[in-house]
Every structure is written in structure tokens, then in C-alpha cells.
Design a protein around this ligand. Structure first.
Ligand code: ADP
Length: 519
């Protein structure tokens, strides 16, 4: 075991600077649909600062080009045999926002440059004419290509990663390809593998027939390896083939071993529980800090939170054409519009909340048509109280965090959750359902937690609109009735440290265990 007290970068390791290669389908600054992008954009920078140099590999999407991050072509090419064809790709180079950690982008226009917000085409899904969103039919090929391109790029670029750290189903096959005969991780060649589950509900399940198309041997198609009820399961591949598995909170690590949360993989995970660790995500305070956030109307910290938030709130009310009332409680939500995020509870709880005088609600989100419609109807019913932006907008996400008084996160399940942590920093008191990372990070307001100065938000347990309503009403009562106590909760949240430093140390411990010479 590695000593907890070992300082970052000073751990006893065989190689003083083992290279960690992170492979992921999205990275903030390049392409993003959710929290995965935030993690892969931030964690490697902190690991590098702690003496664990990292590189990141990710696909080059159309939105990556639109983001206009500086990128240079490299002379390196990959050629991946796929479905009887040889698919060529090129490697581009950039860096993460710190300007230090190299990012290698896999360019393959046919596979990766089809996303286009105007036509409703995303990274993984597109919108049909009837408005429904469906997966691209060739997702297996796209991400099998990406995984094999990563394996080839390691060789072409002359990288010698000590650990390949793959994230989510899109890279679940990476540990499999690495171990193929003749590949860099094969025959005990010394590349260790870590696989992180950011959300077990997305597994990358495909018909078995795809196996030969993506260069995998039928011998791997058995219940102990890649098979999942007669189909190929890419997330299961990562869980079975990686040496260590992590997920994004301690609570979620336990939850996914149960039938309710495990989405069919609870047995596989229970069998590997000695390899499974829960490490909660951190916040990148370079990006998410109201003290120096360039995207919000006024900068503030806990010493001037009332004044700062008042300016941000007025700006947000103007942005959504809501009455500019300083004391109207403003509820905020930024979310993918999917069942996971508890929008069915909002559907029930919003009308009675909005029936109360002056309550305002702003929602920023993109996703399923049924939830878009539900929110549009709510706005049509309460035009003076509901602000709605059905899009993906990073700047507006910051403005809602800064301008709202209360942040709603009634998730059905939440592996880690980032917005509740952003809310703490922005002095926006979260109302959360106590599941996964939400349960691990928010302390419910009670007389005891108020007295001990630990209260940071309002929690509820039952997955019911009435429970969300009750918790939000508790929040409203404190907001309206006891300004001093409210500010105490706000300031307790703002003073907390959910930076990546802490979580990165947990990953470092894990890496050190993998790299420690066997006894
Ligand atoms: P998940 O990964 O399940 O979507 P997280 O809370 O871990 O949930 O992370 C969500 C991230 O995506 C946050 O950074 C959040 O601000 C951002 N986000 C989600 N939807 C939108 C949107 N419509 N516009 C801007 N940012 C969004």
C-alpha cells in the first residue's frame, strides 16, 4: 500500500515520471456534451502538476474545429482495418487549457466531422425528422476505429505510457485492443490499464455481428468477456479487460453493484469489486470561480456575495426577460434533457412552485423532445416566471450558476455531478436528490447541520415530485425567512474545496499501486 501522507510527485515509484495516457470521446475546449469532457479537460492538468505527466487522445470533431483551439498537423498517420476496408486517419496536436498537457486529436472526417448543432447532429446521436434522437448506426465502427487509432498513435508518436486510462464505453475496447498480440500492451509489455465509468447507463451495446467488422476475435465473445445477453457490450469490455476500474463517487461505486443502478452490469462489477474504486470528480476552479469568471456580469467572492449575486441575478433576469425583482427567489437548472436528470419530478413540482407569488425558474438544456415540450409548455403557462434556453451554451451555464439563488438537481441517479459543486462555489444553494455523487457532496440543512456550520443544501430521497417540492419549499422558506442563516449556508458552500487536487491524489494512489513493483 502507498502511504496516504506521501506528497504529490514524491511517491516511491519505479519510474520517476510515468506517462499517463487518457483516452476519451470528449474533452472540454474541444468538444463537450457533459461532465466527462470537464473531467478529461481538467484532471490531466492537475496530475501533471503533481508529477504525473499526461497526454490526452480524443477524436477531432466538427465542433472541435469550430471551437478554434490552435492545432498543428503532425506527420503521423494511422490505418485501421475495418469492415473489409482500410480506414486512414491523421494525428493532430494541441494542448489542454493549461498550455502544457499535449492533446492528440484523431482526424477522420467521415467518422467524426458530422456533428452540426443546426441540423441537430451531435457527437453520438442525430435528430430524425420526427424530432426523436437516435444513435448513429455506425457508432461501434466509429469508436472501434478511435480505440485502434489510439493504439497505433502510441507507436507512431513513440509514446511510452506506463498507464492507459480509458473513459466510458467509447474507449471500453481500448484495453482489449492494447492486449492483442503484437500491440503495445500485449505480452506483459508493461502498459497498465485503468477504466473509468462516468455513467453506467451508457454502455455501447451492439449486435454481435459487428465483432469481425471491428477486428475482434469470436473467442472473446463469451459471458466472461465481451458478450452481454448475445450482444457486444463496450462498457463491459472496459470493466473486464482493464486492471483497475474507477467510477466517479464512492456512493456510485456501491450503487452500481446493485440491480437498480447497475443496468445489468451489477454482477460483473460485484465480481471485480476488489478492483473498483469510487473517486468523486473535482471542479476546475480556473474555469468555475465567480471571483474571476469573465463570463458573468459581476465578479464576487464570499465577502461580497450579496452584492455580486444581485448584479448577476438582474443580468440573468434581463437575459430571460423576467421581471427584474431582486427578492424574487430565482431557481436555476442546467442539464442534459434526459430522464436521468429528474425532469419528470420538475414536471410535477414546478406548477405548485410557480403558483407561489414571485418564484422564478430558468432552465438551460438540450435533449429529448418530450422534455423540451414539457418545458415549453411550462414557459407558455408562466411566461412572467419561466426563462428557457433549449440549447447548449457554456456562457449561459456560468450566468445561471451566478445569477440563480437556488439550483435544482433532482436526478434519478447521478454518478458524480458537477453542477452541484459549481453551485456551491457560486453561492447558489443546491436542492438535490440524495443519490450518487449528490449524496456524497451536499449536506442537508437541518437544525443540527446549521448549528454545526456544515449545511450546504437541501436533500430529498424519494423519487417523487412531492419530495422535490417539499425540499424546494424548505429552501424557499429559509431564503425568504432567515437572511442570516441563508447567507451562512451560502458561505459554507462557497468556502468548500472540491478542487481536483484532492481527487487527483486518489488517482495517483491508484496509479502508484499499479506501478509498484510486484513483491
Ligand atoms: P452529466 O455529465 O451527466 O451531463 P454533470 O453534472 O457531471 O452531468 O456535468 C454536466 C456538465 O455539462 C456541466 O459542466 C454542465 O454545466 C454542462 N451542461 C449540461 N447541459 C448544458 C447546456 N445545455 N449548456 C451548457 N452546459 C451544459
Amino acid at each position: 500500500m502507498v502511504d496516504d501522507a506521501v506528497a504529490p510527485g514524491k511517491a516511491s515509484r519505479p519510474d520517476a515520471s510515468p506517462l499517463i495516457l487518457h483516452a476519451a470521446s470528449e474533452v472540454v475546449g474541444f468538444a463537450k456534451t457533459g461532465g466527462l469532457a470537464d473531467v478529461v479537460g481538467s484532471l490531466p492538468c492537475v496530475l501533471a502538476r503533481h508529477g504525473y505527466p499526461c497526454v490526452v487522445m480524443t477524436p477531432l470533431y466538427r465542433s472541435t474545429r469550430a471551437a478554434r483551439v490552435p492545432m498543428q498537423a503532425t506527420p503521423h498517420r494511422v490505418r485501421v482495418p475495418l469492415a473489409g476496408r482500410e480506414i486512414a486517419g491523421a494525428i493532430w496536436q494541441s494542448t489542454l487549457a493549461d498550455g502544457e498537457v499535449p492533446v492528440y486529436l484523431v482526424e477522420q472526417p467521415e467518422f467524426f466531422e458530422r456533428d452540426d448543432p443546426v441540423s441537430g447532429a451531435g457527437l453520438y446521436q442525430f435528430t430524425r425528422l420526427d424530432g426523436t434522437r437516435v444513435d448513429y448506426p455506425d457508432n461501434a465502427e466509429r469508436y472501434a476505429f478511435f480505440c485502434q487509432a489510439v493504439v497505433q498513435a502510441i507507436e507512431r508518436l513513440g509514446l511510452r505510457p506506463a498507464i492507459v486510462h480509458a473513459h466510458d464505453w467509447q474507449t471500453g475496447l481500448l484495453p482489449v485492443y492494447l492486449q492483442k498480440p503484437g500491440h503495445p500492451g500485449a505480452d506483459g509489455a508493461g502498459i497498465h490499464t485503468v477504466f473509468t465509468i462516468h455513467n453506467i447507463a451508457y454502455q455501447g451495446v451492439f449486435p454481435a455481428e459487428v465483432l469481425p467488422r471491428i477486428g475482434l476475435d469470436w473467442r472473446l465473445f463469451n459471458p466472461e468477456q465481451l458478450e452481454f445477453y448475445g450482444q457486444l457490450n463496450c462498457l463491459k469490455a472496459g470493466i473486464v479487460f482493464a486492471e483497475r476500474i474507477t467510477t466517479v463517487s464512492a456512493r456510485y461505486a456501491l450503487e452500481i453493484q446493485t440491480p437498480y443502478f447497475g443496468c445489468g452490469l451489477q454482477g460483473v462489477l460485484s465480481a471485480r469489486r476488489d478492483r473498483l474504486t469510487g473517486i468523486v470528480n473535482g471542479v476546475d476552479y480556473r474555469i468555475w470561480n465567480p471571483a474571476h469568471d469573465p463570463l458573468i456580469a459581476s465578479r464576487y467572492d464570499s465577502s461580497n456575495v450579496s452584492e455580486g449575486k444581485a448584479i448577476c441575478k438582474a443580468a440573468l433576469q434581463r437575459r430571460f426577460r423576467l421581471p427584474e425583482q431582486p427578492r424574487a427567489p430565482l431557481l436555476g437548472m442546467v442539464s442534459r434533457l434526459v430522464e436521468q436528470k429528474g425532469l419528470d419530478l420538475l414536471r410535477e413540482a414546478a406548477p405548485p412552485l410557480l403558483a407561489e407569488d414571485g418564484v422564478q425558474l430558468v432552465v438551460l438544456g438540450d435533449g429529448e423532445p418530450a422534455y423540451r415540450r414539457m418545458l415549453q409548455e411550462l414557459q407558455a403557462r408562466y411566461p412572467q416566471q419561466v426563462g428557457l434556453a433549449l440549447t447548449f451554451d457554456e456562457g449561459l451555464a456560468h450566468q445561471i450558476e451566478a445569477g440563480a439563488d437556488i439550483y435544482l438537481m433532482p436526478s434519478l441517479y447521478e454518478p458524480s455531478g458537477l453542477n452541484q459543486l459549481y453551485s456551491l462555489k457560486y453561492g447558489t444553494v443546491p436542492v438535490v436528490r440524495a443519490t450518487g455523487g449528490l449524496a456524497d457532496t451536499i449536506v442537508d440543512v437541518t437544525p443540527e447541520t446549521l448549528a454545526s456550520g456544515t449545511a450546504t443544501g437541501f436533500c430529498f430521497t424519494a423519487y417523487a415530485g412531492s419530495a422535490l417540492l417539499e425540499a424546494t419549499r424548505r429552501a424557499l422558506a429559509l431564503y425568504r425567512g432567515d437572511r442570516e442563516r441563508w447567507l451562512q449556508v451560502v458561505r459554507t458552500g462557497m468556502s468548500q474545496d472540491w478542487s481536483w487536487d484532492r481527487s487527483a491524489r486518489e488517482y495517483q494512489k491508484l496509479y502508484d499501486q499499479l506501478l509498484a513493483p510486484a513483491d
